[in-house]
Design a protein around this ligand. Structure first.
Ligand code: PLP
Length: 402
Protein backbone atom coordinates (compact mmCIF):
# COMPACT_ATOMS: atom_id res chain seq x y z
CA UNK A 1 0.00 0.00 0.00
CA UNK A 2 2.08 2.91 1.27
CA UNK A 3 1.61 5.85 -1.09
CA UNK A 4 -0.48 3.93 -3.63
CA UNK A 5 -3.85 5.40 -2.51
CA UNK A 6 -2.51 8.91 -3.12
CA UNK A 7 -1.34 8.15 -6.65
CA UNK A 8 -4.51 6.17 -7.31
CA UNK A 9 -6.57 9.20 -6.34
CA UNK A 10 -4.66 11.41 -8.79
CA UNK A 11 -5.07 8.83 -11.59
CA UNK A 12 -8.81 8.67 -11.13
CA UNK A 13 -9.12 12.49 -10.98
CA UNK A 14 -7.16 12.64 -14.26
CA UNK A 15 -9.41 9.97 -15.83
CA UNK A 16 -12.52 11.86 -14.70
CA UNK A 17 -11.23 15.09 -16.22
CA UNK A 18 -10.61 13.31 -19.55
CA UNK A 19 -14.06 11.73 -19.50
CA UNK A 20 -15.78 15.07 -18.79
CA UNK A 21 -13.93 17.01 -21.48
CA UNK A 22 -12.12 19.04 -18.81
CA UNK A 23 -8.62 17.77 -19.51
CA UNK A 24 -6.21 20.41 -20.76
CA UNK A 25 -3.67 19.20 -23.30
CA UNK A 26 -0.66 21.31 -24.15
CA UNK A 27 -0.43 22.39 -27.78
CA UNK A 28 3.19 22.43 -28.86
CA UNK A 29 4.21 25.23 -31.23
CA UNK A 30 7.09 24.72 -33.60
CA UNK A 31 7.17 28.33 -34.78
CA UNK A 32 7.30 31.74 -33.12
CA UNK A 33 4.10 33.13 -31.65
CA UNK A 34 2.33 34.93 -34.49
CA UNK A 35 -0.87 35.02 -36.55
CA UNK A 36 -0.12 31.64 -38.07
CA UNK A 37 1.65 28.94 -36.10
CA UNK A 38 2.94 25.41 -36.71
CA UNK A 39 1.73 22.75 -34.29
CA UNK A 40 3.98 19.82 -33.42
CA UNK A 41 1.77 17.89 -31.00
CA UNK A 42 0.03 14.87 -32.55
CA UNK A 43 0.01 15.17 -36.30
CA UNK A 44 2.15 18.05 -37.51
CA UNK A 45 -0.13 20.86 -38.64
CA UNK A 46 1.52 23.78 -40.42
CA UNK A 47 0.26 27.33 -40.51
CA UNK A 48 -2.87 27.29 -38.37
CA UNK A 49 -4.59 30.62 -37.81
CA UNK A 50 -3.93 31.30 -34.15
CA UNK A 51 -7.09 32.56 -32.47
CA UNK A 52 -6.07 32.05 -28.86
CA UNK A 53 -2.99 34.07 -27.98
CA UNK A 54 -2.83 37.32 -26.00
CA UNK A 55 -0.66 38.76 -28.76
CA UNK A 56 -3.13 41.60 -29.28
CA UNK A 57 -0.78 44.02 -31.04
CA UNK A 58 1.18 41.32 -32.84
CA UNK A 59 4.41 42.31 -31.06
CA UNK A 60 5.41 38.86 -29.78
CA UNK A 61 7.72 38.28 -32.73
CA UNK A 62 8.22 41.88 -33.78
CA UNK A 63 11.73 42.44 -35.26
CA UNK A 64 12.27 45.59 -33.16
CA UNK A 65 11.65 43.67 -29.94
CA UNK A 66 13.84 40.78 -31.07
CA UNK A 67 16.63 43.23 -31.95
CA UNK A 68 16.32 45.07 -28.62
CA UNK A 69 16.48 41.79 -26.70
CA UNK A 70 19.46 40.53 -28.72
CA UNK A 71 21.38 43.77 -28.25
CA UNK A 72 20.63 43.73 -24.54
CA UNK A 73 21.81 40.11 -24.21
CA UNK A 74 25.16 41.12 -25.70
CA UNK A 75 25.53 44.28 -23.60
CA UNK A 76 23.76 43.49 -20.33
CA UNK A 77 24.31 39.73 -20.19
CA UNK A 78 21.91 36.88 -19.61
CA UNK A 79 20.72 36.64 -16.01
CA UNK A 80 20.75 38.68 -12.81
CA UNK A 81 21.17 35.75 -10.37
CA UNK A 82 19.78 37.90 -7.59
CA UNK A 83 16.58 39.34 -6.28
CA UNK A 84 16.15 43.05 -6.87
CA UNK A 85 17.07 44.26 -3.38
CA UNK A 86 20.34 42.36 -3.11
CA UNK A 87 22.23 42.90 -6.38
CA UNK A 88 19.60 42.20 -9.02
CA UNK A 89 18.60 45.76 -9.91
CA UNK A 90 20.07 46.63 -13.29
CA UNK A 91 19.90 50.07 -14.91
CA UNK A 92 17.43 48.67 -17.42
CA UNK A 93 14.98 47.69 -14.63
CA UNK A 94 14.95 51.31 -13.44
CA UNK A 95 14.59 52.53 -17.02
CA UNK A 96 11.59 50.24 -17.60
CA UNK A 97 9.97 51.23 -14.28
CA UNK A 98 10.29 54.91 -15.22
CA UNK A 99 8.96 54.22 -18.71
CA UNK A 100 5.90 52.35 -17.43
CA UNK A 101 5.18 55.20 -14.97
CA UNK A 102 5.46 57.73 -17.77
CA UNK A 103 3.29 55.61 -20.08
CA UNK A 104 0.56 55.06 -17.47
CA UNK A 105 0.97 58.58 -16.04
CA UNK A 106 1.60 57.34 -12.52
CA UNK A 107 4.17 58.33 -9.86
CA UNK A 108 6.18 55.14 -9.80
CA UNK A 109 6.28 51.46 -10.80
CA UNK A 110 7.71 48.25 -9.34
CA UNK A 111 8.47 45.26 -11.57
CA UNK A 112 7.66 41.65 -10.71
CA UNK A 113 8.41 38.38 -12.51
CA UNK A 114 4.78 38.24 -13.59
CA UNK A 115 1.48 39.95 -12.97
CA UNK A 116 0.53 36.85 -11.02
CA UNK A 117 3.35 37.73 -8.63
CA UNK A 118 2.40 41.40 -8.62
CA UNK A 119 -1.10 40.47 -7.48
CA UNK A 120 0.25 37.90 -5.04
CA UNK A 121 2.33 40.60 -3.36
CA UNK A 122 0.30 43.77 -3.47
CA UNK A 123 -2.60 43.05 -1.08
CA UNK A 124 -0.62 41.43 1.71
CA UNK A 125 1.88 44.29 1.79
CA UNK A 126 -0.76 47.02 2.01
CA UNK A 127 -3.63 45.63 4.09
CA UNK A 128 -4.21 43.71 7.30
CA UNK A 129 -7.00 42.64 9.70
CA UNK A 130 -8.27 46.18 10.14
CA UNK A 131 -8.97 46.56 6.41
CA UNK A 132 -11.45 45.27 3.84
CA UNK A 133 -10.92 44.19 0.22
CA UNK A 134 -13.95 44.22 -2.05
CA UNK A 135 -13.41 42.04 -5.10
CA UNK A 136 -15.37 41.50 -8.32
CA UNK A 137 -16.64 37.91 -8.55
CA UNK A 138 -14.98 37.41 -11.95
CA UNK A 139 -11.55 38.73 -10.97
CA UNK A 140 -8.49 36.85 -12.20
CA UNK A 141 -7.21 33.92 -10.15
CA UNK A 142 -4.10 35.87 -9.18
CA UNK A 143 -6.21 38.59 -7.52
CA UNK A 144 -8.21 35.93 -5.69
CA UNK A 145 -4.99 34.28 -4.49
CA UNK A 146 -3.40 37.63 -3.61
CA UNK A 147 -6.41 38.50 -1.48
CA UNK A 148 -6.26 35.07 0.20
CA UNK A 149 -2.68 35.81 1.22
CA UNK A 150 -3.65 38.98 3.07
CA UNK A 151 -5.46 39.20 6.39
CA UNK A 152 -8.01 41.83 5.35
CA UNK A 153 -11.69 40.93 5.51
CA UNK A 154 -12.95 39.93 2.04
CA UNK A 155 -16.19 40.93 0.40
CA UNK A 156 -17.29 39.99 -3.11
CA UNK A 157 -19.67 41.68 -5.52
CA UNK A 158 -21.39 40.31 -8.61
CA UNK A 159 -19.52 40.97 -11.84
CA UNK A 160 -19.59 44.66 -12.74
CA UNK A 161 -22.77 45.10 -10.64
CA UNK A 162 -22.60 48.57 -9.13
CA UNK A 163 -25.59 48.13 -6.83
CA UNK A 164 -23.94 45.06 -5.36
CA UNK A 165 -20.62 46.91 -5.05
CA UNK A 166 -22.40 49.65 -3.13
CA UNK A 167 -23.96 47.03 -0.84
CA UNK A 168 -20.44 45.73 -0.12
CA UNK A 169 -19.11 49.25 0.48
CA UNK A 170 -21.86 49.80 3.08
CA UNK A 171 -21.01 46.48 4.66
CA UNK A 172 -17.37 47.59 4.88
CA UNK A 173 -18.19 50.78 6.77
CA UNK A 174 -15.97 51.28 9.79
CA UNK A 175 -12.94 49.53 8.35
CA UNK A 176 -9.63 51.43 8.49
CA UNK A 177 -9.00 51.13 4.75
CA UNK A 178 -11.30 49.77 2.04
CA UNK A 179 -9.85 48.67 -1.30
CA UNK A 180 -11.92 47.80 -4.37
CA UNK A 181 -10.13 45.36 -6.69
CA UNK A 182 -11.21 44.77 -10.28
CA UNK A 183 -9.89 43.49 -13.57
CA UNK A 184 -9.91 46.25 -16.20
CA UNK A 185 -11.07 43.65 -18.72
CA UNK A 186 -12.45 40.31 -17.53
CA UNK A 187 -10.37 37.73 -19.33
CA UNK A 188 -12.90 34.93 -19.78
CA UNK A 189 -15.70 37.23 -20.95
CA UNK A 190 -14.04 40.17 -22.67
CA UNK A 191 -16.17 42.48 -20.51
CA UNK A 192 -14.70 45.92 -19.79
CA UNK A 193 -15.13 46.97 -16.14
CA UNK A 194 -17.40 49.93 -15.47
CA UNK A 195 -14.48 51.84 -14.04
CA UNK A 196 -16.12 55.25 -14.05
CA UNK A 197 -18.94 54.04 -11.77
CA UNK A 198 -16.49 52.07 -9.62
CA UNK A 199 -14.41 55.24 -9.12
CA UNK A 200 -17.51 57.31 -8.34
CA UNK A 201 -18.55 54.84 -5.66
CA UNK A 202 -15.00 54.60 -4.34
CA UNK A 203 -14.86 58.37 -4.05
CA UNK A 204 -18.20 58.50 -2.24
CA UNK A 205 -17.23 55.82 0.26
CA UNK A 206 -13.57 56.79 0.64
CA UNK A 207 -12.17 53.58 -0.86
CA UNK A 208 -8.99 52.89 -2.81
CA UNK A 209 -9.23 51.40 -6.32
CA UNK A 210 -6.94 48.71 -7.73
CA UNK A 211 -7.27 47.81 -11.41
CA UNK A 212 -5.55 44.81 -12.98
CA UNK A 213 -5.23 45.99 -16.56
CA UNK A 214 -3.48 42.93 -18.00
CA UNK A 215 -5.89 42.53 -20.94
CA UNK A 216 -6.25 46.27 -21.49
CA UNK A 217 -2.79 47.80 -21.46
CA UNK A 218 -1.64 48.45 -25.01
CA UNK A 219 -5.08 47.45 -26.26
CA UNK A 220 -7.66 49.99 -25.17
CA UNK A 221 -7.82 53.60 -24.07
CA UNK A 222 -6.02 56.56 -25.67
CA UNK A 223 -2.42 55.60 -26.50
CA UNK A 224 -3.19 52.10 -25.24
CA UNK A 225 -3.04 53.35 -21.64
CA UNK A 226 -5.78 50.98 -20.57
CA UNK A 227 -9.06 51.31 -18.74
CA UNK A 228 -8.23 54.22 -16.37
CA UNK A 229 -7.38 56.34 -19.42
CA UNK A 230 -10.38 55.02 -21.37
CA UNK A 231 -12.72 56.27 -18.63
CA UNK A 232 -10.58 59.29 -17.82
CA UNK A 233 -10.26 58.26 -14.17
CA UNK A 234 -6.47 58.00 -13.90
CA UNK A 235 -6.49 60.34 -10.90
CA UNK A 236 -9.00 58.14 -9.08
CA UNK A 237 -7.20 54.83 -9.54
CA UNK A 238 -4.44 54.54 -6.95
CA UNK A 239 -3.05 51.14 -8.00
CA UNK A 240 -2.70 49.57 -11.44
CA UNK A 241 -1.28 46.09 -11.92
CA UNK A 242 -0.45 44.65 -15.30
CA UNK A 243 1.58 42.24 -17.36
CA UNK A 244 4.32 42.41 -19.98
CA UNK A 245 3.20 38.94 -21.06
CA UNK A 246 0.28 39.94 -23.28
CA UNK A 247 0.05 42.92 -25.65
CA UNK A 248 3.43 44.37 -24.59
CA UNK A 249 5.56 41.75 -26.32
CA UNK A 250 4.30 38.71 -24.47
CA UNK A 251 7.57 37.50 -22.89
CA UNK A 252 7.01 37.78 -19.16
CA UNK A 253 7.01 40.22 -16.30
CA UNK A 254 4.46 42.20 -14.39
CA UNK A 255 4.22 45.42 -12.46
CA UNK A 256 2.38 47.48 -9.89
CA UNK A 257 2.15 51.16 -10.77
CA UNK A 258 0.66 54.01 -8.80
CA UNK A 259 1.12 56.39 -5.93
CA UNK A 260 4.60 56.97 -4.60
CA UNK A 261 3.97 55.81 -1.05
CA UNK A 262 2.44 52.57 -2.30
CA UNK A 263 5.29 51.65 -4.64
CA UNK A 264 7.95 52.64 -2.11
CA UNK A 265 6.33 50.43 0.53
CA UNK A 266 5.99 47.50 -1.92
CA UNK A 267 9.77 47.59 -2.41
CA UNK A 268 10.06 47.04 1.35
CA UNK A 269 7.39 44.40 1.84
CA UNK A 270 6.06 42.70 -1.31
CA UNK A 271 7.14 39.09 -0.86
CA UNK A 272 7.46 38.05 -4.55
CA UNK A 273 9.69 41.12 -5.05
CA UNK A 274 11.83 40.30 -2.02
CA UNK A 275 12.07 36.56 -2.55
CA UNK A 276 11.99 35.92 -6.31
CA UNK A 277 14.64 36.58 -8.93
CA UNK A 278 14.86 39.81 -10.94
CA UNK A 279 13.55 39.91 -14.52
CA UNK A 280 16.03 39.14 -17.26
CA UNK A 281 17.48 42.43 -18.59
CA UNK A 282 16.81 41.44 -22.21
CA UNK A 283 13.10 41.20 -21.41
CA UNK A 284 13.18 44.70 -19.94
CA UNK A 285 14.94 46.09 -23.00
CA UNK A 286 12.46 44.50 -25.38
CA UNK A 287 9.58 45.71 -23.19
CA UNK A 288 10.88 49.26 -23.56
CA UNK A 289 10.66 48.83 -27.33
CA UNK A 290 7.18 47.30 -26.93
CA UNK A 291 5.89 50.28 -24.96
CA UNK A 292 7.22 52.68 -27.62
CA UNK A 293 5.36 50.72 -30.30
CA UNK A 294 2.22 50.37 -28.20
CA UNK A 295 2.09 54.04 -27.27
CA UNK A 296 2.39 55.10 -30.91
CA UNK A 297 0.29 52.14 -32.02
CA UNK A 298 -3.04 53.63 -33.02
CA UNK A 299 -2.72 51.89 -36.37
CA UNK A 300 -2.47 48.50 -34.57
CA UNK A 301 -5.46 49.34 -32.41
CA UNK A 302 -7.56 50.59 -35.35
CA UNK A 303 -6.83 47.44 -37.29
CA UNK A 304 -7.56 45.36 -34.20
CA UNK A 305 -10.97 46.97 -33.65
CA UNK A 306 -11.93 46.56 -37.30
CA UNK A 307 -11.01 42.87 -37.24
CA UNK A 308 -12.76 42.40 -33.91
CA UNK A 309 -15.94 44.06 -35.17
CA UNK A 310 -15.86 41.84 -38.26
CA UNK A 311 -15.46 38.65 -36.20
CA UNK A 312 -18.08 39.63 -33.62
CA UNK A 313 -20.52 40.75 -36.34
CA UNK A 314 -20.07 37.58 -38.37
CA UNK A 315 -20.47 35.26 -35.38
CA UNK A 316 -23.57 37.10 -34.18
CA UNK A 317 -25.05 36.79 -37.65
CA UNK A 318 -24.58 33.02 -37.36
CA UNK A 319 -26.80 33.25 -34.28
CA UNK A 320 -24.07 32.49 -31.75
CA UNK A 321 -23.95 33.83 -28.21
CA UNK A 322 -20.84 35.86 -27.49
CA UNK A 323 -19.40 37.33 -24.32
CA UNK A 324 -18.39 40.98 -24.00
CA UNK A 325 -19.11 43.65 -26.56
CA UNK A 326 -16.08 45.19 -28.22
CA UNK A 327 -12.85 43.79 -26.79
CA UNK A 328 -10.72 41.46 -29.00
CA UNK A 329 -11.52 38.69 -26.52
CA UNK A 330 -14.45 37.05 -28.30
CA UNK A 331 -15.89 34.16 -26.27
CA UNK A 332 -18.27 31.83 -28.10
CA UNK A 333 -20.51 30.46 -25.35
CA UNK A 334 -21.02 26.69 -25.49
CA UNK A 335 -22.49 25.74 -22.11
CA UNK A 336 -21.39 22.11 -21.90
CA UNK A 337 -17.66 21.38 -22.05
CA UNK A 338 -18.03 18.60 -24.65
CA UNK A 339 -19.65 21.02 -27.12
CA UNK A 340 -16.71 23.40 -26.65
CA UNK A 341 -14.34 20.49 -27.28
CA UNK A 342 -16.23 19.53 -30.47
CA UNK A 343 -16.12 23.09 -31.72
CA UNK A 344 -12.38 23.40 -31.20
CA UNK A 345 -11.75 20.05 -32.94
CA UNK A 346 -13.82 21.23 -35.88
CA UNK A 347 -11.84 24.48 -36.01
CA UNK A 348 -8.58 22.64 -35.62
CA UNK A 349 -9.25 20.20 -38.45
CA UNK A 350 -10.00 23.22 -40.62
CA UNK A 351 -6.78 25.09 -39.89
CA UNK A 352 -7.81 27.23 -36.93
CA UNK A 353 -6.34 27.08 -33.46
CA UNK A 354 -8.62 27.86 -30.51
CA UNK A 355 -9.00 26.15 -27.16
CA UNK A 356 -12.00 25.21 -25.04
CA UNK A 357 -12.32 26.75 -21.58
CA UNK A 358 -14.20 24.82 -18.97
CA UNK A 359 -14.32 24.34 -15.22
CA UNK A 360 -12.37 25.33 -13.14
CA UNK A 361 -11.23 28.14 -15.43
CA UNK A 362 -14.87 29.23 -15.90
CA UNK A 363 -17.93 28.25 -13.80
CA UNK A 364 -19.59 24.83 -14.30
CA UNK A 365 -21.99 24.82 -17.25
CA UNK A 366 -20.42 27.92 -18.82
CA UNK A 367 -17.85 26.32 -21.09
CA UNK A 368 -16.77 28.41 -24.04
CA UNK A 369 -14.32 28.75 -26.89
CA UNK A 370 -12.49 32.00 -26.36
CA UNK A 371 -11.22 33.53 -29.57
CA UNK A 372 -8.80 36.41 -29.45
CA UNK A 373 -8.12 38.73 -32.32
CA UNK A 374 -4.63 40.06 -32.99
CA UNK A 375 -3.51 43.04 -35.03
CA UNK A 376 -1.38 40.53 -36.93
CA UNK A 377 -4.46 38.77 -38.35
CA UNK A 378 -5.46 39.70 -41.86
CA UNK A 379 -9.02 40.32 -42.97
CA UNK A 380 -8.78 37.03 -44.84
CA UNK A 381 -7.89 35.22 -41.59
CA UNK A 382 -11.05 36.51 -39.94
CA UNK A 383 -13.19 35.61 -42.96
CA UNK A 384 -11.65 32.12 -42.98
CA UNK A 385 -12.60 31.70 -39.32
CA UNK A 386 -16.18 32.78 -40.03
CA UNK A 387 -16.46 30.41 -43.00
CA UNK A 388 -15.25 27.47 -40.89
CA UNK A 389 -17.60 28.37 -38.02
CA UNK A 390 -20.51 28.32 -40.43
CA UNK A 391 -19.61 24.73 -41.36
CA UNK A 392 -19.72 23.48 -37.74
CA UNK A 393 -22.06 20.46 -37.81
CA UNK A 394 -23.56 21.28 -34.37
CA UNK A 395 -24.22 24.92 -35.08
CA UNK A 396 -27.85 24.51 -34.01
CA UNK A 397 -26.82 23.28 -30.57
CA UNK A 398 -24.59 26.33 -30.22
CA UNK A 399 -27.45 28.63 -31.16
CA UNK A 400 -29.53 27.09 -28.38
CA UNK A 401 -27.03 27.92 -25.65
CA UNK A 402 -28.82 29.86 -22.93
C1 PLP B 1 -2.87 37.18 -17.60
C2 PLP B 1 -3.33 37.84 -16.37
C3 PLP B 1 -2.55 37.84 -15.22
C4 PLP B 1 -1.26 37.08 -15.13
O1 PLP B 1 -0.24 37.73 -15.80
P1 PLP B 1 1.19 37.03 -15.90
O2 PLP B 1 2.12 38.15 -16.11
O3 PLP B 1 1.09 36.08 -17.03
O4 PLP B 1 1.40 36.33 -14.60
C5 PLP B 1 -3.00 38.55 -14.12
N1 PLP B 1 -4.17 39.20 -14.15
C6 PLP B 1 -4.96 39.20 -15.23
C7 PLP B 1 -6.24 39.95 -15.20
C8 PLP B 1 -4.56 38.52 -16.37
O5 PLP B 1 -5.35 38.49 -17.44
Amino acid sequence: MGLEPFFGRLRSAIDDARRDGLYKDEIILGSPQQARVDILSGEIEPSLINMCSNNYLGLANNPKLVAAARESLLVDGFGMASVRFICGSHAVHKQLERRISQFLQTDDTILFSSCFDANAGVFEALLDEEDVVISDALNHASIIDGIRLCKARRLRYRNNDMADLERALKEAAGARTVLIATDGVFSMDGIVADLRSICDLAHRYGALVLVDDSHAVGVIGPGGRGTPALFDVQEQVQIVTGTLGKALGGASGGYVSGRNEIITWLRQRARPYLFSNALMPAICSASLAAIDLAEAGDQFRDHLSRQTARLRGGLSQLGLKLGGSSHPIVPVLCGEPLLAVELTSHLRSNGILAVPFSFPVVPQGQARVRMQVSASHTLQDIDDVLAVMEQFPNLDELRDVA
